[in-house]
Design a protein around this ligand. Structure first.
Ligand SMILES: O=C(O)CCC(=O)C(=O)O
Ligand SMILES: [Fe+2]
Length: 401
């Protein structure tokens, strides 16, 4: 009797996928806006991050809405390609930016005992090599593609094990931004369970008409220093620095005894200053001012068109106010050149940094447009949360219009 011989399957296991243009330009820009007004110091030197739980903790849960359809599309694509439909959970979602000096050597993403639940990695590039930053090329140690040159909208998915040893070159200038997700087969590490619980506690305690203004987290989360481990006094506050590189200063009228206490300054009402002009509008805190300015950068040209009827009061700075701003900058920016070194592009590009056209009426228009935007997001989250609670999962609920 002849035996049936089973040929060993010589089939290369698929371990990675590169997808150009998976996200639209609008999706990338919206996530960039969220990161630039919400980021805190990250988990590695010169890295900044925005996690979904941080958005909830800072009264900005509504910013989770734009992530939902993107997470869903990424999960569907990943499960289809790796043939594991309905098996995966999202373990982590975050916006991560790397600034000058950040890099990572050869590693796999599950290379620590506490990271073993990470089975798949997904990196979405939200900005572009050569345009927004230099350095920061991604390399796989073996196989194809060997090198990825990040471009806004492109996505790479790979198994988090040692089939995919990879590295990222040092960023030499600018800020390289990604949306990073890890997926797991282990339901006990499902990020959604934790998020639904945090959202429930947060939103149910608050009436629907509750304020949509951001609340700063503890001030050390916004304190950047070159050597984070040493808690170096020489550094800067990320919010002040992001406004500074866009050409804005901050005026705080309230004179308190604890001016050198940064946590106190983060919760004071602020006014925006540009050159020698001060906008006569009080923002409840620095995070709110930052959200409006970043919103203006995002929507700028669209806002310009209907600014004709906007009432905008701008006054000239008094010498005493100028002195006060100098004092605040000394505390919050230290050396004013340090922030552009970390966030900027060479040669100094503060002007080139997207917010090219500036006028105060644009900013005032942005205050109203920001409010419409967050109100719309907030309505969506309030409608969806009951369904998320039922399923213990964040998903795009198809609601009747
Ligand atoms: O941003 C990238 O291209 C990859 C980042 C990375 O390797 C990591 O965070 O583990
Ligand atoms: Fe990695």
């Amino acid at each position: 009797m002849s035996k049936v011989v089973f040929e060993p399957q010589i089939q290369q296991q698929k371990t990675r996928l590169f997808i150009p243009n998976f996200l639209s330009t609008q999706e990338c820009k919206e996530l960039e806006f969220i990161h630039k007004c919400s980021s805190t110091v990250g988990y590695r030197p010169n890295v900044f991050s925005t996690t979904l739980s941080h958005l909830i903790a800072t009264n900005s849960s509504h910013f989770i809405i734009p992530f939902i359809p993107i997470r869903e599309r990424l999960k569907d694509k990943l499960e289809e390609f790796f043939k594991c439909e309905f098996e995966l959970f999202i373990e982590f979602t975050g916006l991560i930016s790397w600034s000058r000096g950040a890099s990572i050597g050869w590693h796999s993403d599950d290379n620590r005992p506490y990271l073993k639940q990470r089975h798949f990695s997904v990196v979405c590039y939200l900005n572009t090599y050569g345009k927004d930053f230099n350095g920061g090329l991604f390399h796989f140690q073996d196989g194809e593609p060997e090198t990825i040159m990040p471009a806004a909208g492109d996505v790479v998915m790979y198994t988090a094990d040692d089939h995919n040893i990879h590295s990222v070159d040092e960023i030499t200038d600018g800020e390289r931004l990604t949306l990073a997700l890890w997926f797991t087969r282990d339901g006990s590490h499902d990020e959604d369970t934790k998020l639904v619980s945090l959202l429930s506690q947060h939103l149910l305690n608050k009436n629907i008409a509750g304020s949509l203004l951001p609340l700063p987290a503890s001030s050390n989360m916004y304190w950047f220093s070159q050597d984070q481990a040493s808690n170096d006094q020489f550094g800067f506050n990320i919010c002040w620095a992001r406004l500074h590189i866009l050409g804005y200063s901050i005026y705080i009228s309230q004179d308190s005894d604890c001016d050198s206490d940064v946590s106190e300054l983060m919760v004071q009402p602020v006014r925006l200053v540009r050159g020698s002009e001060l906008l006569d509008h009080e923002f409840v805190n620095i995070l709110y001012a930052l959200q409006v300015v970043q919103f203006y950068c995002w929507k700028g040209s669209a806002l310009q068109t209907n600014t004709l009827n906007i009432d905008c009061k701008v006054v000239n700075l008094l010498d005493a106010q100028r002195e006060r701003i100098r004092g605040l900058n000394y505390i919050l920016l230290n050396d004013g050149d340090f922030a552009p070194q970390i966030f900027g592009r060479t040669p100094s590009d503060a002007e080139e940094n997207r917010c090219i056209s500036f006028n105060w009426t644009g900013i005032v228009a942005a205050i109203a447009a920001w409010e419409d935007y967050v109100l719309k997001l907030s309505k969506q989250i309030n409608l969806q949360l009951p369904y998320w609670r039922m399923q213990d999962s964040l998903f795009n609920v198809q609601l009747e219009a």
